[in-house]
Ligand binder design. Sequence first.
Ligand SMILES: *[C@@H]1O[C@H](CO)[C@@H](O)[C@H](O)[C@H]1NC(C)=O
Ligand SMILES: *[C@@H]1O[C@H](CO)[C@@H](O)[C@H](O)[C@H]1NC(C)=O
Ligand SMILES: *[C@@H]1O[C@H](CO)[C@@H](O)[C@H](O)[C@H]1NC(C)=O
Ligand SMILES: *[C@@H]1O[C@H](CO)[C@@H](O)[C@H](O)[C@H]1NC(C)=O
Length: 380
Amino acid sequence: MKPAPLHAKMAQGTSHINFLLFVILILPFIIQVSAKYYDWHYEGEVGIHTWHANYNICAAGNHQSPIDIITKDTVYDDVLKEFIIWYNPHHPKGQMIAFNDGRTVKIKTIGKFYIANGGLANPYKIDHLHLHWGVKNNNGTEHYINSQSFTMELHIVSYDVKKYDTVQKAASQPMGLAVLGVLFKESDIDNPALDLIVDNLKAMQQPGHPKVNLEAKSLRMFLPKDISRYYRYNGSLTTPACYESVIWTIFEEYNFISKKQMQKIRDLFYVYDAAEEQERLNRAKNNGTESTTETPSATLAGEGNTTDINDLFRKYRFEMVNNFRPVQDLNDRTVLRSFKELRKQSPIKTNPGNSTTSINALVHPWVTFFLLFLYLWALA
Ligand SMILES: *[C@@H]1O[C@H](CO)[C@@H](O)[C@H](O)[C@H]1NC(C)=O
Ligand SMILES: *[C@@H]1O[C@H](CO)[C@@H](O)[C@H](O)[C@H]1NC(C)=O
Ligand SMILES: *[C@@H]1O[C@H](CO)[C@@H](O)[C@H](O)[C@H]1NC(C)=O
Ligand SMILES: *[C@@H]1O[C@H](CO)[C@@H](O)[C@H](O)[C@H]1NC(C)=O
């Protein structure tokens, strides 16, 4: 953070009173927001390449996540039975509270949200859900399958509730956490389950916005149709502190999200260190050509006569995209799978509508017609 050049330039472009207002009212807020949200981020000064400075396991660990799952190298394990996933609607105390945490949208679950079975020794209590996505459709998930990335990845984060009474205590302990990962691919059709999240994103478009109470629902609806087929490996948190405490489950079948829904997610914002970002923009602008030293901070901070915090956010905010960590080395690990036979195509898509059936309907009459023709021809 280099606030000095910023307010120095601000003073030139605006009245002293406005500058004073800026310093007294707004600047501490920006510094606070920056400090609060950016001890690590995905790019810039505190981007992925710097994580290890404060969180040494991120670089030193050799069981890190995410990974590229090469399906032909996975090994069948019959211990990996189907999951039980529940939120019991007979206990009306359940809550799902969504907010923009400056890096993703997080949905905290409060109440009886659990997962069990699925090869887990104990029941795990679901703490929260969050998403990872990109700016491009084929570059948004954290986990890759057969060296392919998809549009978005949902993580359902749970902790061993038999051993630990809080997620914080579990987060640094081996097998303390179990995370279910669902890969999403863009489709033309809305995924109705995701409306619960995407329709509420406008209200939490910026990190400063209040949290939003969602209607508590079973988390099963976010998963693909077939949850008996999944991959399993031991890995880490994909964000600092990168603790190697996670039993990972990645479902074989991927789910779907429409372009429209994805756009609502990409319309989220985070607030960046303004001075640093402005320098980056300048570098790009003056790329090799004449090097003007003029810092357009005044432009950045608007015309300088605003003390409206929302205006300020509009000017300092950045599109929240590419909030995923690149794949890490597998090293000595084996990825297990819950099903015997690999399918030819992996992952398998949850059918978003009847598009596949309509192709079948097209194929079938032709095949039948052809067989009938052969039969008649043989008879003749
Ligand atoms: C995917 O996005 C990341 C982060 O922006 C970038 O570094 C990488 O080159 C992209 N990969 C592809 C194949 O576009
Ligand atoms: C994860 O680690 C535990 C403890 O070392 C081990 O028992 C288990 O088999 C590992 N799971 C996988 C999927 O490798
Ligand atoms: C400068 O321009 C070149 C080519 O036009 C481009 O490849 C490069 O990424 C630019 N650098 C910056 C900092 O924008
Ligand atoms: C102050 O803001 C108003 C709109 O809110 C704008 O029209 C005007 O140009 C601004 N004044 C200065 C000096 O930038």
